[in-house]
Design a protein around this ligand. Structure first.
Ligand code: IPE
Ligand code: IPE
Ligand code: MG
Length: 253
């Protein structure tokens, strides 16, 4: 992919409001170095740190990182345990730094399957940063896009029953209000590393009009320049939302 420069002149309203990242390729990165997969996951933490700080410096409103999917429980038990441990450690270690930077941390996904200890850590971290007014950082853990939509549908069905709502009158906004990302802008830019070109059950609703950016880089190699390149690529896209290119050009004049 061509290098893009994001130097002077880029106005803030060209930037994506919400960036979501499928952090993929830790295992392959480690394997290429003759190491165990675990080594890749540990190295991936540094890429998380760089991505969060760069997005924050750019003034991005929301950043969502896919850390563990609802399907990742299918991995060998040892790898799942390691990922949980890593999650615990990173959460404890990094939350103060997030707080200092005015970042609001939220864990999205079905956290009820996590250990009591981890659930407590999550609650403490979210509470500490709850009133921060800067970037929202969502970490998707035991997250699935279909789960998210189903939960929203269940909430809406309950409201319809309780309040005798007219089903034919329900709107997309009614469903949206039950999603884990309610209140945040839709995803503008979805990044997936390590060459895979699929969504893997990530934010299915929220990425309806996202620009999709795939890079061959493995997640542990993803750094400030990688994110800048993705954002610079995004800025060059013409987003049509169903209109024609001519209509969009006319609007811009
Ligand atoms: C992404 O890297 C991290 C998680 C899914 C937790 P992978 O572990 O999927 O790495 P590959 O795809 O096997 O290389
Ligand atoms: C998606 O990556 C989940 C995360 C990045 C956490 P996977 O590597 O698990 O996805 P698949 O299984 O290759 O689609
Ligand atoms: Mg993978």
């Amino acid at each position: 992919m061509a290098e893009h420069s994001i130097e002077a002149g880029l106005s803030a309203d060209c930037l994506p409001n919400h960036i979501a990242v499928i952090m993929d390729g830790n295992g392959r990165w480690a394997k290429a170095k003759g190491k165990a997969r675990v080594f890749g996951h540990k190295a991936g933490v540094e890429a998380v740190r760089k991505t969060v700080s760069t997005a924050n410096r750019l003034g991005i409103k929301a950043l969502t990182l896919f850390a563990f999917s609802s399907e990742n429980w299918r991995r060998p038990e040892a790898e799942v345990s390691l990922l949980m441990e890593l999650f615990m450690t990173v959460l404890s270690r990094e939350v103060k730094r997030l707080h200092k930077n005015n970042i609001r941390l939220r864990i999205i996904g079905d956290t009820t399957r996590f250990s009591g200890r981890l659930q407590e850590k999550i609650a403490t971290a979210e509470a500490l940063t709850a009133d921060n007014t800067g970037m929202v950082l969502n970490v998707a853990a035991n997250y699935g896009g279909q789960w998210d939509i189903l939960e929203a549908a269940k909430q809406l069905a309950q409201r319809a029953v309780d309040n005798g709502l007219d089903i034919s009158e329900l709107t997309e906004q009614d469903l949206e209000s039950g999603l884990s990302t309610y209140g945040l802008p839709d995803v503008d830019l979805l990044i997936r590393t390590s060459g895979e070109c699929r969504i893997s059950n990530f934010m299915l609703w929220q990425t309806a009009y996202a620009e999709l950016y795939f890079t061959e880089q493995h997640w542990p190699d993803f750094d400030e320049t990688s994110l800048m390149n993705a954002v610079a690529w995004f800025v060059t896209r013409e987003r049509r939302f169903g209109c024609t290119g001519e209509q969009i050009q006319a609007l811009l004049k």
